[in-house]
Design a protein around this ligand. Sequence first.
Ligand SMILES: [Mn+2]
Length: 288
Amino acid sequence: MSNHKFLNLPAERSDPQTSRYLILPIPYEGTVCFLSGTARGPEAVLSVSDQMEHFDEELLIDFTQRGIATLPPIPSANTPGEEFERIYSTVKQYDFFRTGQFPIILGGEHSVTPPIVRAAAEVYEDLSVLQFDAHADLRDSYTGGRYSHASAMRRVLDWTTHLVQVGIRSFSEEEYRDCPERIQHILTPKMLTENRTEYCNRILCGLTEHVYLTIDVDVFDPSIAPGTGTPEPGGLDWLQVTGLLRTICTTKKVVGADIVETMPLGGCNVITEFLTARLASKIIAYTS
Ligand SMILES: [Mn+2]
């Protein structure tokens, strides 16, 4: 399906056996309820990635030095339950959490996250999850059932006890009132603007030593990331998100990440694909 590799790196810097970083495309969109197109996200992100520099402008390092391999996309299953099992078993086969390689999953819709978290939590008993998102995604079930994208974080809680939600600005009354106390949630963009230090402290206090990152691109303001299924106004900007990521990556042991819900708009508007590719490179640079 895909001929594109992340950054189109030469073979010696993209060998899956020796690379520290593994890009894993999961072009799944089985439970989408509004705009569709996230299945085309991973391929679009990979195809624009070779336009990027390999030198990080902030840290002044070549972030490709430790190798970045692009794995074949996981073909989509027929049902949400089968998709969960397929992603989980594929991750177990690669076994990257055990080998110490760092996966960056490209979605696809947000329901790809829970099976990855399950595999990670089997290796890191204390695993916590840091979610960047506009939506709480805490419903116990939604139109697609228990594995719906709108239940992604509820399913994550089946496998880990610690979850911190950042950038959230859309949730139901039920999600707000019935939220388990163990979740540090509803850290809204407004709170970050008002007091960044307190905001950072609340994130760090809610996380354990080993952290998995899940980033829904709708955490960004739609003006800088318009290509997503459910854009919400009032989102974070690029420097806010990358600033928080840098703090987390240098304070905690981040063991993997996914970037989901990128939906190519087509034509010349590649803003969101490009932002997604840059975000992946930032995570690599910050954890190098
Ligand atoms: Mn979302």
